[in-house]
Design a protein. Sequence first.
Length: 274
Amino acid sequence: MSIALNGPLALVGAGKMGGAMIAGWLERGLDPKQVFVQDPGPPPEVAALLARHGIPVHAELPASMPEPAVLLIAVKPQVMEEVFPPVARRAGQSTVVLSIAAGRPIASFAKHLAATAAIIRAMPNTPAAVGRGITVCCANSRVTPTQRKVATELLSAVGEVGWVEDEALIDSVTAVSGSGPAYVFLLAECLAKVGVAMGLEPGLARRLADATVSGSGELMHRSGEDPAVLRKNVTSPNGTTAAALAVLMADNGLQPLMDAAVAAAAKRSRELSA
């Protein structure tokens, strides 16, 4: 699907996530001449990508830039109050402001924009860096169906896209998928550590854990099966897997631990958004 915009795309923040998005957009046919980038110092790999496509990087969006169709904010939340107010002045009547900054609610952008401003808050996750992320969006009432479609097309360049109507659900999304990759990486760490404890050479234990986690994820992705079905498929009655699952699926096993962990992440997300 080729990405077509009726005006410039202004990207504020060209770090790893912003860089991954640029790569995806260019692969999907977005005209590099439509892209304007503001960043004081992108990572070398992003700077090289931009240079290859003739996209200049600006300390501030140039005054000559026409009214953007999309103003995409991809800076760290802690610098948002410094960066966004001057950038907000570039938004026009037909601009949609699309933020992927964690913990920043729609209201935090609206206070710097016209009352009619169209704003979308999006929560991506780090697998977007390899085109396998998932992003969930929430729009204010000013966002048009066309602007929703454009946002979906842009974010689809780095993975799947979903929408929620209640912004409060973004805290749940953050806890499940935004923070979720860290839970999976921790699982790989734990598997490798127990492998070493059971006598495996550390390098081999790491390879076994990493390949098992990544391969299982790819199997789940390609098969489209429910995870419970895949789990049952690999579990022979009274076998080794069944013995392990009896521990993990006990009343005090993995599920209550995951419940508590995700609840803690959601609580912290609400605190950061306040």
